[in-house]
Design a protein around this ligand. Structure first.
Ligand code: ADP
Length: 913
C-alpha cells in the first residue's frame, strides 16, 4: 500500500484492513468475531474484538436471531438453520454501531449441540476489489479523455473539454465540476471550463477569477483537498461541500479539478486519490499541452507577420558547413529560392562594397564571439534603383562546440534613404544659410536672461565672430548705443509675448555696424516655462541704407516739387489727379490734399477736353513727351493759358499708366500777345481808314450821280417808273455795299474769341477782298485772285487770318505804290492764290514790287522793324502776323520771287475724325 493510499484512506476515515490470518489460527479468538448459535440460529454467545461494534436490529431483544444483526440483504443468506449453512462461506453484512456496515466472511462448524460461526472482517478485501475495478474504469476514462483532448481541433478544444468534464461529472455523480488553470500572467487561478448538472446551483462560470487562494495549497505533494479541512478553499467553494484535485508538472501545480457540492467520502468512497489525480491529469495534461501549443502557434504567427511587416527575419550561420538558414519570410523578401543555402550564396546578395566587411565580421563573431552590427546594401544589378539597406545584427550563443551564430536582418532602406535625403537637405540648408545674409541663433533662457548657445555658420562671414566670442552679456555691448533701449525692449517683448520682430544695429569684428532684422520665437516647456529662443538675423543694411537714401531723395524731390513755382502734377489717363503741388492747387483754389481724385477735365470745355485727350493718345513709350498750350476756365477767372508738358508713364505692355505733367501759366503772355494783336489790328484799321474812305466814297459817288440824274429827270417831267426803279435799285446796291464794308469793319475790329474754331480759309480771303479790293483797284493795282477750287478747314480765328492777309496785301500795296512813284509806267499787281496737299493749305500773296533787300529778309518779322518813315510804319504787321500763323500751328515765310516778294501762309488742315 502506497503512502498516498494510506493518506487517502485516512482522509476517507478508514482504518487499514486487519492482517490476513492463516486458516489454522481461525479458532484463535483474539480477532474477528465468533458467534455461538443454537440449532435454530439463535445467538448464544458473542466473542472476538468485533463484537463491540455489532448493533442489534431491535436493541435489547432477548435471544436475538443471527439475522437481527444483519443488514436485510444479508439476512437472506442465513435463512433456515445453521445445519443448512454448513460447508459454504457466508458473506454477511452486520450493522455497525459506529459507521458503515461490517463486511464479514465466515463458516459454521458444529460444536456439540451448538454451531460455532467463525467470522473474519473482509471489508478491506472488498474495498480493494472495488477500488481496483474503479481504477481500471478511471484509467479507461483518463485514456479516453486524454485522447479526446489531444485529437480534437484547437477550435473545438473548449467544447471537448466541457464534454469531458461532463463525462467525469456523470461518472462520479459530481453536481458541479470545473477545471481551474493559472491565468496567462501566472498571477492567479481562473476557471477554464465548468460544467454543472441541470438541477445543481451554478457555483462557477467560465473565465471566473479565483484569486490566489489555491496557491498555498500547491506547495506540498499533490493531494486532493476538501474545504472543510482547508478553510482557504472556502473562497473557492463558497462554504459548500467540495473537493479539489491538483495537477502538477515540472513547474509545480498548474491546474486544479474542482468538484462542488460533493461530499467525496460518501459519494466516492471507493475512488482512490491516485484515481482522482489520474483523471485530473488526463484532463489538465493534454489541455495545457494544447493551450501551450496554441500559444506557441500564435506567437509564431505574430513573429512571422512582424518579420514580414518589418522586412526582417532571423538568420543562423552554421560555420562548420559554411551554410546559413534564414527565416522563411526573410528568404522570400530577398527573393531566394530556399531558406537554407551556402554562406557564400548569401554573401553574394550583399553589395560588393559591403560584402568583405560582412564576411570579416561573421568570422570575428565565429572566432571571438564579437557581436556583429553592420549596415549593408543589397547588390542590385540595376544601379538606377534606390539602394536597399539592411541592418545586420548577430551574436554567438553558447560556447565551444555548441556555439551558434544567430542574428537578424532588418530592412532599413526607408530610414537610410530618409537619412540620406535629410543629410542632403541639411547640407543644402546649411549652404543656403551660409551663403545668405542670415544667421540662425538659439538663446537659452537662464533666470530671465537669454544667453547665446548656437549660431549658424553664417555668423563668421557676416559678423566676423564665432559663438566663443559671444560670452553672456557681450552681445549687448555690440548693439549700437542708440539702439540699446530698443534691444532691451526686444528681449522683454520676446519673453512677454513669445515672439518679436525688431531692427537694430550690431557691430561686427571690424567695427562696422550692420542693420539686422531680428525675428525670434520663444520655446516653452510643458509647464509653460521659457526654455530657449530661436531666431533669425537678416542683414538688411543695404536695404535700410537704400531706403534711407530713397527717403532722403524723395524728401528732396518733394521739397523741390512743393516749392516749385511751376505746376506739377500726376494724373491718370482719365484726367483724374493723383497728386498736385501747391501752385496747381492755388490755381484751382484748393489745397494740395484736396487735389487727388479731382478731374482736370472739369475746367475744360468739351472741345478742349477732347483735344487734350486726343493729344494724350498720341503719347507712346518712344515719344512719351508732348507740350501744348492748353486753355482752361478756372474758377472765378476768365481764361487761363497754361503751357503744359506731359510725360507718359507706360507699363511693360506699352499701356499708358499715368501722366506726369509740368505746367506754367502763360495767361499774361497770352493776354499781352492778344493786346498786341489787337493794337496791330487797330493800327491796320486806322491805316486802312484812308482806303476805307475811298471804299465808302465810291458807293456814295455812284449814289449821288444816280440821285442827280433822277432829280434832273423829275424836273424835266420825264420820270418814268422803269427809269426810277432802275436808279433806286442801283442806289440800294450801293447802300448794301457800303453797309457790308462797315459791318465787316466792325466784326474785324472786335477782339478775337478765346477758343480756336475750324473754318474755311476762303472765308478770310473773301473778307480781306471785301475790305481792300475796291481801294487797291482805285490805286490802279491789278488784283489777280484765283478762287481756290477746294474746301478745307483750318483751326484758328477767321478774323486773325484775315488780319494777316490784310497786312500782307497792304505791305505789297505800299511796295508797289512806292515803286510807281519812281516809275509812272509801272503796272503793279498783287496775286492771291491757294494750294493744298493732304496735310496743309498754303495761301500765297505775291507782288511785283521788287522784293525785299536780302539783307533785311531775316529781320522783317521782328517786332518794330520797319523801313517806312516814322508815323507811317509801325513795324508790327509782320511780327504779329507771324505770331498769329504760328498760333494756328502754321508757318509764315517769305522769299523774293522774280518780280517781288512772295509771302506764304502755310496752315495745317483740320483732320476730320
Ligand atoms: P511796316 O509795314 O509798318 O513797316 P511791317 O512789319 O508790315 O511793318 O513790314 C516791315 C518791313 O518789311 C517794311 O517796312 C518793308 O520794308 C518790308 N516789306 C514788307 N512787305 C514787303 C513787300 N511786299 N515788298 C517789299 N518790302 C516789304
Amino acid at each position: 500500500m502506497s503512502a498516498g493510499d494510506k493518506l487517502f484512506g485516512r482522509l476517507l476515515n478508514r482504518h487499514p484492513p486487519a492482517p490476513v490470518v492463516p486458516p489454522e489460527a481461525l479458532r484463535v479468538q483474539s480477532f474477528g468475531l465468533q458467534i455461538l448459535l443454537d440449532a435454530e440460529g439463535r445467538v448464544m454467545q458473542l466473542s472476538g474484538p468485533l463484537r463491540h461494534l455489532l448493533a442489534q436490529q431491535v436493541p435489547g431483544a432477548q435471544s436475538p436471531q443471527l439475522h437481527d444483526f444483519l443488514l436485510p440483504h444479508s439476512g437472506l443468506i442465513v435463512e433456515g438453520s445453521p445445519a443448512q449453512w454448513q460447508g459454504q462461506a457466508l458473506d454477511l453484512d452486520f450493522y455497525n454501531l459506529n459507521g458503515p456496515p461490517l463486511h464479514l466472511r465466515g463458516w459454521v462448524q458444529p460444536q456439540g449441540e451448538a454451531w460455532f460461526l467463525q467470522l473474519l472482517d473482509i471489508g478491506d478485501l472488498l474495498l480493494e476489489r472495488r477500488q481496483s475495478r474503479n481504477r481500471e474504469q478511471c484509467q479507461m476514462l483518463a485514456l479516453h479523455i486524454g485522447e479526446q483532448l489531444r485529437l480534437c481541433s484547437l477550435s473545438r478544444l473548449p467544447e471537448v473539454l466541457a464534454e469531458q468534464l461532463q463525462s467525469v461529472a456523470q461518472r462520479f455523480h459530481i453536481p458541479c465540476i470545473a477545471l481551474a488553470l493559472l491565468d496567462e500572467q501566472g498571477q492567479g487561478w481562473q476557471i477554464q471550463q465548468h460544467s454543472a448538472a441541470i438541477d445543481a446551483p451554478q457555483l462557477w462560470h467560465n473565465g471566473q477569477r479565483l484569486g490566489t487562494g489555491l496557491d498555498s495549497l500547491s506547495g506540498s505533494a499533490p493531494q486532493t483537498l476538501t474545504p472543510r479541512e482547508h478553510p482557504r478553499l472556502q473562497d473557492t467553494f463558497g462554504n459548500t461541500e467540495g473537493f479539489a484535485v491538483p495537477y502538477h508538472d515540472a513547474q509545480g501545480v498548474v491546474a486544479w479539478l474542482l468538484c462542488g457540492f460533493y461530499p467525496v467520502k460518501q459519494r466516492a468512497a471507493d475512488i482512490t486519490e491516485r484515481d482522482w489525480l489520474q483523471v485530473t491529469a488526463a484532463l489538465a495534461g493534454p489541455l495545457l499541452e494544447r493551450l501551450r501549443e496554441h500559444r506557441h502557434q500564435l506567437q509564431l504567427e505574430r513573429l512571422e507577420s512582424l518579420q514580414a511587416l518589418l522586412g526582417t527575419g532571423w538568420w543562423e550561420v552554421f560555420s562548420d558547413s559554411a551554410e546559413v538558414q534564414l527565416a522563411p519570410s526573410l528568404a522570400a523578401s530577398l527573393n531566394l529560392g530556399t531558406a537554407h543555402l551556402p554562406l557564400q550564396h548569401w554573401l553574394e546578395q550583399v553589395h560588393p562594397a559591403d560584402r568583405e566587411e560582412l564576411r570579416r565580421r561573421l568570422q570575428d563573431l565565429a572566432d571571438e564571439g564579437a557581436p556583429l552590427m553592420l549596415c549593408v546594401r543589397l547588390y542590385r544589378a540595376d544601379v538606377a534603383l534606390a539602394p536597399v539597406w539592411y541592418r545586420l545584427q548577430g551574436q554567438a550563443l553558447g560556447l565551444g562546440k555548441n556555439r551558434r551564430l544567430v542574428g537578424f536582418m532588418l530592412d532599413i532602406s526607408d530610414i537610410k534613404n530618409q537619412q540620406q535625403s535629410e543629410a542632403a537637405a541639411h547640407a543644402r540648408l546649411d549652404n543656403l544659410i551660409a551663403s545668405s545674409p542670415a544667421v540662425i541663433y538659439v538663446q537659452r533662457y537662464v533666470e530671465g536672461a537669454l544667453q547665446p548657445t548656437f549660431f549658424s555658420d553664417s555668423l563668421l562671414p557676416l559678423m566676423g565672430w564665432s559663438l566663443a566670442d559671444c560670452a553672456p552679456g557681450t552681445l549687448v555691448d555690440r548693439v549700437h548705443p542708440d539702439d540699446r533701449d530698443h534691444y532691451f525692449e526686444r528681449t522683454r517683448q520676446l519673453l512677454r509675448e513669445g515672439a518679436v520682430r525688431a531692427r537694430y544695429r550690431l557691430r561686427d569684428s571690424r567695427g562696422d555696424y550692420h542693420w539686422l532684422l531680428d525675428e525670434a520665437k520663444l520655446l516653452r516647456d510643458d509647464l509653460g516655462m521659457p526654455v530657449e529662443a530661436v531666431g533669425l538675423w537678416l542683414d538688411v543694411t543695404e536695404a535700410t541704407l537704400a531706403a534711407e537714401q530713397v527717403k532722403q531723395s524723395e524728401e528732396r524731390y518733394r521739397i523741390l516739387v512743393e516749392d516749385s513755382p511751376a505746376m506739377i502734377c500726376r494724373y491718370r489717363p482719365d484726367l483724374t489727379l493723383t497728386f498736385g503741388n501747391r501752385p496747381l492747387a492755388a490755381y484751382l483754389e484748393m489745397t494740395p490734399e484736396q487735389l487727388p481724385g479731382v478731374n482736370l477735365g472739369s475746367w475744360m470745355s468739351a472741345e478742349q477736353r477732347e483735344a487734350f485727350s486726343h493729344r494724350l493718345t498720341q503719347l507712346s513709350p518712344e515719344f512719351p513727351v508732348s507740350t501744348a498750350e492748353i486753355n482752361l476756365q478756372l474758377p472765378g477767372r476768365e481764361h487761363a493759358w497754361w503751357v503744359w508738358s506731359d510725360r507718359g508713364v507706360f507699363d511693360e505692355q506699352g499701356h499708358l499708366l499715368e501722366i506726369q505733367a509740368v505746367g506754367r501759366d502763360n495767361t499774361e503772355v497770352r493776354r499781352s500777345q492778344q493786346q498786341l494783336t489787337q493794337s496791330a489790328k487797330m493800327a491796320t484799321l486806322g491805316e486802312m481808314a484812308t482806303g476805307l474812305a475811298h471804299e465808302i466814297n465810291q458807293p456814295l459817288n455812284v449814289m449821288r450821280m444816280a440821285i442827280v440824274n433822277v432829280l434832273k429827270r423829275l424836273s424835266n417831267g420825264d420820270a418814268q417808273v422803269d427809269y426810277l426803279t432802275d436808279k433806286l435799285t442801283r442806289i440800294d446796291a450801293q447802300v448794301q455795299r457800303a453797309a457790308r464794308v462797315v459791318d465787316h469793319m466792325r466784326v474785324f475790329g472786335r477782339r478775337s474769341e478765346i477758343e480756336q474754331h475750324p473754318f474755311n480759309p476762303a472765308q478770310a480771303i473773301e473778307g480781306t477782298l471785301s475790305l481792300l479790293s475796291e481801294g487797291l483797284r482805285g490805286k490802279g493795282v491789278d488784283l489777280r485772285v484765283s478762287e481756290p477750287g477746294f474746301e478745307v478747314q483750318v483751326r484758328g480765328h477767321v478774323d486773325q487770318l484775315e488780319q494777316v492777309l490784310i497786312n500782307l496785301m497792304v505791305n505789297a500795296r505800299d511796295a508797289l505804290l512806292g515803286k510807281r512813284e519812281k516809275d509812272s509806267q509801272f503796272n503793279p499787281w498783287i496775286a492771291l492764290y491757294a494750294e493744298r496737299d493732304s496735310h496743309s493749305v498754303r495761301l500765297w500773296v505775291e507782288d511785283n514790287g521788287g522784293g525785299i533787300d536780302p539783307r533785311l529778309l531775316e529781320r522783317i518779322f521782328e517786332p518794330f522793324f520797319t523801313t517806312k518813315p516814322v508815323g507811317i510804319g509801325t513795324g508790327l504787321g509782320l511780327s504779329v502776323s507771324y505770331g498769329i500763323v504760328e498760333n494756328m500751328g502754321g508757318k509764315l515765310s517769305v522769299r523774293n520771287g522774280a518780280e517781288g516778294a512772295r509771302f506764304c501762309i502755310e496752315l495745317p488742315l483740320v483732320v476730320a475724325d
